[in-house]
Design a protein around this ligand. Structure first.
Ligand SMILES: C[S@@+](CC[C@H](N)C(=O)[O-])C[C@H]1O[C@@H](n2cnc3c(N)ncnc32)[C@H](O)[C@@H]1O
Length: 251
């Protein structure tokens, strides 16, 4: 079972997120355990203070080190006692962008994952220095807090765990499983507002369908994310277009 702890000031944000759909089933089936830890419980004084004004002045409040150190140390000791190491991941816009390869690595690792969510102006620098095994970002934009980023990590890791997806092929054929985006999908009706499903998909010829899908995946990747072909060791065709494909997904 994969163990993920979320250290947050807003555990209530995670209720429905963890109860519904694939994630809810994975938790109930014991494929995954998610613990919500409110580090305000380790806050200072009667008011359980977790933040303070920045040294040197400036806007906003900064998360103090003591409550987060205490929460991470408590959870790390608990996991160690259960025989598994813990990896502390800070969610921050200054971290490495979350990537499917990172999701695969985290899903395959036996380590418990401690996802630490910042708020306000973010973490006192000593939290990075003293606690973080790594820092992950959801992308080049600034959120109010790390919770949405933690949810993204939980989802992309959980769906790679054995037994979580009904059809394991869903996790291996999709975008980023290799150095490709996935081919376009169609379902009923065969024609919708003048847009027709490509004939090949009705052919019943699986070799032709697979060849069409492979070509569509290559074309789509060349058009939208040519760097994936280069970074993944594939070849981007000379003179390739970098404009987006038509919105109807055909062509
Ligand atoms: C308002 S942000 C602080 C931003 C920080 N002052 C900076 O400029 O880097 C508050 C918290 O939201 C979370 N956060 C914001 N944007 C994020 C992102 N793109 N990825 C992951 N976490 C993010 C982090 O936990 C951060 O500590």
């Amino acid at each position: 079972m994969k163990h993920i702890d979320v250290l947050t000031l807003f555990p209530g944000l995670f209720g429905p997120f963890l109860a519904e759909g694939v994630l809810g089933r994975a938790l109930r089936a014991g494929r995954l355990a998610v613990e919500l830890v409110n580090y305000r419980e380790h806050g200072l004084g009667r008011h359980r203070v977790v933040d303070d004004v920045p040294y040197g002045g400036g806007a906003g409040m900064v998360l103090r080190p003591e409550p987060i150190f205490a929460a991470v140390r408590e959870r790390t000791a608990l996991h160690r006692g259960a025989g598994r190491p813990a990896r502390t991941v800070l969610l921050t816009p200054q971290g490495r962008p979350l990537h499917q390869a990172k999701a695969r690595e985290l899903a395959a690792s036996p380590d418990a994952l401690l996802l630490v969510c910042g708020r306000y102006e973010g973490f006192d620098e000593r939290i990075r220095q003293g606690l973080a095994d790594e820092e992950l970002s959801l992308g080049d934009f600034v959120l109010l807090g790390g919770e949405v980023a933690a949810m993204a990590v939980i989802e992309c890791v959980a769906r790679l765990l054995p037994g979580v997806l009904g059809n394991p092929a869903s996790g291996t054929e999709e975008s980023f499983a290799g150095a490709r985006l996935e081919y376009p999908h169609y379902t009923r009706p065969a024609e919708f507002e003048g847009m027709r499903v490509p004939e090949v998909l009705f052919s019943g010829n699986h070799a032709r369908i697979n060849a069409w899908r492979a070509e569509q995946a290559r074309r789509r990747t060349r058009e939208r994310r040519p760097e994936l072909l280069r970074d993944g060791g594939g070849e981007a065709a000379p003179g390739e277009e970098t404009t987006l494909a038509p919105a109807n997904g055909q062509g």
